[in-house]
Design a protein around this ligand. Sequence first.
Ligand SMILES: Nc1nc2c(ncn2[C@@H]2O[C@H](COP(=O)(O)OP(=O)(O)OP(=O)(O)O)[C@@H](O)[C@H]2O)c(=O)[nH]1
Ligand SMILES: [Mg+2]
Length: 350
Amino acid sequence: MNIKRFKADSIKDAVALVKKDLGEDAVILSTRKVSDGIEVLAAKDVDINSRGSLERSSTSNSSINKKESIPSIEKHLMDMKKEMRNMLNLIQYSSPNKIDSSLYNTLVLNGVQPANALKITNDVAPISSQSSIDDLKTKLSLYIQAAPIYLGGDKKPVIISFIGPTGVGKTTTIAKLASNFTVYDKLKIALITIDTYRVAAVEQLKTFADIVNIPLDVVFSPDDFAFAIDEHKDADVIFIDTAGRSQRNKKHMKELLSFFKMVRPDEIHLVLSMTTKTEDMLDIVENFEVAKPDKLIFTKLDETTKFGGILDTAIFSDKPISYLTTGQSVPDDIELADPMKIAEYILKND
Ligand SMILES: Nc1nc2c(ncn2[C@@H]2O[C@H](COP(=O)(O)OP(=O)(O)OP(=O)(O)O)[C@@H](O)[C@H]2O)c(=O)[nH]1
Ligand SMILES: [Mg+2]
């Protein structure tokens, strides 16, 4: 196996260099930003069987220069260690079956973690040689489950809560769904916010509720929460907005749970922003699991060009995705999660 490091101004230029030097079959082992551009580690003549596994890709900003501190040198060493493990895995799991490097590279360059890219490449390998891009899309879409808010049951009102880190778009997404449900589906909607930390947060929702003419209750304690739900028992859907919380703040998480202990929503959607690094998204999923979210929402798709994080998070959490949001505009910038469309985003090759 021939392993080489390439440096260029952009990922596109780096990949062109890799292909020119190592050929079309070269495999990208890792990409990372360095002070003067992008660095790509690539290998030629890689054979992998289905037991192969790679570590999370190193896409950090680490770079070493003369006045760097001890922590960043440690970080740099950690990155090198990860790269070496990736190489060792590749060597260790060599097999006569060549992997489809173009599919593998497309996935990694779209932000899918190498371990998942490898697993998927191995899974789809039997069809990929003679199959069309549509077959690949179909195969990839099977890794993604989709499930919008379920309104088909007998229970009324359906209680839906959005949770997640700060600023990911929980309130905006509730506003989008509440408008669509009111205007297009003619449903009776009520809003409850338990985000009472900031006056601005309540005002944001109040302004929206007034425009669409939907009732809004502001709730300060778990007891008030049960009472507010009861007040809206004639609604079709009650949306519960919550304050953004750091997944690492145990006190905030406990507080959130105290509301859900009083009234367990029918569906809890964990909202994640595509501007978050995949590693952090996985950490958020792991730490919000105490609230037992049922579904995932990905926001700010318009602010990224790499969609691999959706696939990694879907595989890691094993939860369905309900909606994707694609901009700030209420009520338009929201779509139902569609596995085929997500697969298309992840397989795009530019
Ligand atoms: N570009 C883009 N911006 C979005 C999207 N969704 C929400 N935003 C913006 O993200 C910012 C935060 O949105 P909020 O809805 O207040 O987020 P939040 O999760 O309720 O925030 P907290 O309540 O503070 O935790 C606002 O400026 C929104 O307009 C999206 O899909 N794309
Ligand atoms: Mg909010």
